[in-house]
Write a protein that binds this ligand. Structure first.
Ligand SMILES: [Zn+2]
Length: 121
């Protein structure tokens, strides 16, 4: 298990910044403990509030907010995976889990740069 000290917190925010830039998305707000999730306004976390602790990460796409459940994450590799997974949801909001999504996560982890997501009008 990883210990959420100020160093790790900073490290995670740095990783989120780097990957967000690569994925062409606006850097999301990040929360790193279930306590922080519960402190958020209910309208943000609606539906995924008290269940958030079960997951390694949750994206609240409508609010450009990501929860990385540090307490549940065993090591640095899983941490990076979780960060990239959640940010991919932000970059590809129309994709659900599956082969295509997993391939994009692998590419993201490998350093791929994505053009910004263009909302269709
Ligand atoms: Zn997911």
């Amino acid at each position: 298990m990883m210990r959420l000290d100020p160093d790790l917190r900073l490290q995670i925010l740095e990783r989120v910044g780097i990957y967000s830039a690569r994925f062409g998305i606006e850097e999301p707000r990040v929360v790193l403990s279930t306590k922080e999730v519960l402190e958020l306004p209910k309208e943000i976390t609606q539906g995924r509030r008290t269940s958030a602790y079960k997951y390694l990460g949750v994206s609240y796409m409508q609010h450009n907010l990501v929860f990385i459940n540090v307490k549940k994450i065993p090591d640095g590799k899983t941490l990076d995976n979780t960060i990239v997974h959640e940010l991919m949801h932000m970059r590809f909001p129309y994709l659900s889990h599956g082969k295509r999504f997993n391939r994009l996560v692998r590419r993201g982890l490998a350093g791929k740069i994505f053009k910004p997501y263009q909302k269709r009008v």
